[in-house]
Design a protein around this ligand. Sequence first.
Ligand code: UDX
Length: 429
Amino acid sequence: MKIAIVGTGYVGTALSCGFAKKNHEVVCSDLDKDKIREINNGNLPFFEKDLGNFIKDSVSKGLLRGTTSTVDAVEGADVIFLAVDTPVGKDGEINLESIKEASKDIAKGLENNKSYSVVAVKSTVTPKTTEEVIIPVLEQSGKTLGEEIGVCVNPEFLREGTALNDFLNPDRIVIGELDQKSGDKLEQVYRDFDAPIMRTGLREAELIKCASNSLLATKISFINEIGNLCKKIDIDIYDIVDGVAMDSRIERSFLNSGAGFGGSCFPKDVRALIKNIKDKGEDASILEEVVNTNDRQKTRIVDQLDQEINISDSTVAILGLSFKPGTDDIRNSPAIDIISELKNKGARVKAYDPEAMANMRKEHGSIEYVKNYREALNNCDAALIVTDWPEFNKIDRGDLKSMNNPLIIEGRKLEYDIPDKSRKGITWP
Ligand code: UDX
């Protein structure tokens, strides 16, 4: 099938690669000329190993190309995925400007289309946005809704770092549909996927996405709250989770306690859902506490460091800057707040991350960035593990000797072999 993808942020680019891998003919569009040039040269506009290996192949086989014109991308497309960003302000209000602008461009493109096409919303939006904001703009194409154009909401559950694998092996495919014709057409795109397909309404699909991310974030804040108790009574939260998750009613995933959640999705999606619930006059106190707990959790590691050393005038190594391993994305990464706190307290900061240092430089330009974790540990008074990059498991007793004071505080669980007296966990002894 011919597929257009509007927006080449993380989701749009990952989807473009995924659909090309499934041998669909994909044209992606973005206003950002640099990103489109990168894509047409077979390069990812961000770091992700599996996608990076794959994109060149798709472009050279002619299955994927980029354009700065959405009208061009939409021409002749069977399905048009809307995958532009939906930033959320501090008050939780989703900024729908990109959605509206992209929908206008899609409508212009649809004017020229001779055959039936479906617009599928991938961007995360709160319930009823498609009906109240997107559809009225699409109708400006002059095409008849339901007859000449279809509309679906097809939420995205890809995780950064593992997007290609998540795309190819989804737990489920949710198709929210305007009508049966729209859903049938979109389902054809997924015909050779081995996953259950749930067909539902537009606003139901929108809420499935918001509720899924909010529940996963809730699991993390919940387990961090229990983890903070564990720390106080000198037990390991991971032992507790093992025991809890043996109950078949409780799913083990997303119960890894640590420095809290970051990224481009959880923090914004939870805030947007809180606003949506409160706008409807309902109570969102559980989700509000999920956010508050997470905000406190991110910098707890600095409070622990405070109990161990005199932070002012110390040198602290930060190992890991991205919000999780496998990506160079630092959006809402705990590392941002941790570095700010350390600087406020007068510490010198030496930071290392295998992929995210260029991005963190834009946020924190005044700290020292070093080439590997050994350099970071060298002559520092303590090290904080903020991202669980696998390479940090190689830290060994020899590395400790290069530190002024052999102390590592772990914001993420690692499995390296160093003596217990030199390591302390954020929610484990
Ligand atoms: C998330 C959702 O998982 C995905 O379905 C959605 O489409 C986009 O948002 P992503 O943001 O890429 O994906 O990362 P994810 O792996 O979910 O982790 C989010 C954050 O939670 C990270 O900072 C991670 O370190 C943290 N986390 C995750 C925990 O602290 N504990 C856990 O058990 C799991």
